[in-house]
Design a protein around this ligand. Structure first.
Ligand SMILES: Cc1cc2nc3c(=O)[nH]c(=O)nc-3n(C[C@H](O)[C@H](O)[C@H](O)COP(=O)(O)OP(=O)(O)OC[C@H]3O[C@@H](n4cnc5c(N)ncnc54)[C@H](O)[C@@H]3O)c2cc1C
Length: 370
């Protein structure tokens, strides 16, 4: 039986752990902190392939969206997955032209994206003030998109991996490097110096993936960006799906809470600076959202989070073995919420059965290695 260590219990590691355990491996998940305590717990978590290029990356994201929907059959209920569709409108002529071009490309690629009028927008989202949406706005509805509660998803996958397939989860274990013998991985060492033996180590530590292996394996060059998220308290605004208006994105976040972000606010953060809910940026974000959702007027942020997107240097996912170290496999990606259920299955196919999944060919770590 293959002995596999998965490092990291975010949405990626939990998906990989579940599928490799299901495939018959002896699996141990090692997590420094807690399930979903990394980027997965502070993500806009929109499942989409709305503007993903080139084509292989678009296809990968579509595969992720389909894999989320398919989990219903396997789990009976998937309360973490909200396939609500999503809305986007653009007003500025240049932005509307780019949006029209994008929709044409998406439709050519077989993706569900339709132009709708304001009347239909009002039917879909009665809480939106239609007079805040200019008549010339170009509105697009993508009915197959949605959003995920990533931490519930990760918790469910890990519980299923443990209960159904005997996987083990150890939290409070921080890996600091691989242990190799004659160029082959024999395990991973934690910060106390203890060795966790394995035939294969799969690094799913996202934005920390290079620190996790330090100099013991080739690193994946990352170009992370900062994201600032604002969370309202429960409000009486029954938003049904994410929307993307000019410079403000809002989605439901469960129990009546809404999550708000603004691209232009992200630019104010040069690093992972902490903020309090009464900060100026939170007030600006909620004021922008309240122009569209009047029910938010007077609402104050309950929480704010400054987070970092785990983006490989060329913007694309990085999935596969690293050249030069046998027994080491790395998965680091932005759009990890969308991609995870597909990646879990594809990675399991590769590491357990030696099948090279063609969907992953454009995303190998070796592209960064000389
Ligand atoms: C603001 C923002 C918005 C986003 N919006 C979207 C979106 O709309 N749609 C989408 O699909 N994606 C989105 N993403 C990206 C998505 O959230 C990430 O791609 C995804 O969460 C990455 O998951 P992960 O499991 O790889 O990483 P993480 O969730 O960070 O998990 C890594 C885990 O590894 C653990 N760890 C770290 N170092 C070690 C170590 N040395 N030893 C042991 N454990 C360790 C951490 O504690 C953590 O639990 C967004 C991200 C951000 C920041």
């Amino acid at each position: 039986m293959m002995n596999i260590i998965v490092v990291g219990a975010g949405i990626v590691g939990s998906s990989v752990a579940y599928r490799v355990a299901q495939g018959g491996a002896k699996v141990t998940v090692l997590e420094a902190d807690r399930i979903g305590g990394g980027t997965s717990g502070v993500s806009f978590a929109w499942t989409n392939s709305n503007n993903k290029t080139p084509r292989p990356y678009h296809d990968l994201n579509v595969a992720g969206m389909r894999a989320h929907a398919a989990l219903k059959e396997e789990f009976g209920a998937t309360p973490w997955f909200h396939q609500s569709g999503s809305l986007e409108w653009r007003v500025d002529p240049a932005e509307a032209a780019a949006q029209a071009e994008k929709v044409k490309r998406l439709r050519d690629w077989g993706y569900a994206a339709e132009f709708i009028d304001k009347k239909r927008l009002g039917e879909l989202e009665p809480e939106i003030a239609l007079d805040a949406v200019p008549d010339e706005a170009q509105i697009v509805f993508c009915p197959e998109e949605g959003w995920v509660d990533p931490v519930l998803y990760a918790g469910t996958m890990l519980r299923a991996a443990r209960q159904r397939y005997g996987a083990a989860l150890k939290t409070g274990v921080r890996i600091t490097g691989l242990e190799t013998r004659n160029g082959r991985v024999v395990g991973a060492r934690d910060e106390s110096g203890a060795l966790h033996e394995a035939d294969l180590v799969i690094n799913c530590t996202g934005r920390w993936s290079n620190e996790t292996v330090s100099q013991t394996a080739p690193n994946v060059p990352l170009a992370p960006t900062i994201g600032f998220l604002v969370f309202t308290p429960p409000v009486g605004v029954a938003l049904r799906r994410p929307f993307h208006a000019p410079d403000v994105d809002v989605r439901p976040d469960g129990a009546g809470r809404l999550m708000v972000r603004k691209d232009s606010l992200d630019d104010r953060f040069a690093a992972l600076e902490s903020r309090t809910p009464d900060c100026e940026e939170a007030r600006i974000a909620i004021a922008s959202a309240a122009e569209i959702l009047p029910g938010l007027k007077g609402v104050k942020a309950e929480a704010v989070r400054t987070t970092m997107r785990p983006i490989p240097a060329d913007g694309l996912s990085t999935v596969g073995p690293a050249r030069g170290v046998d027994g080491y496999y790395v998965v680091v990606t932005h759009s990890g919420v969308t991609l995870s259920p597909f990646l879990g299955q594809a990675v399991a196919d590769e590491v357990l059965h030696g099948r090279q999944r063609p969907e992953l060919e454009a995303f190998r770590p070796a592209r960064f290695q000389a």
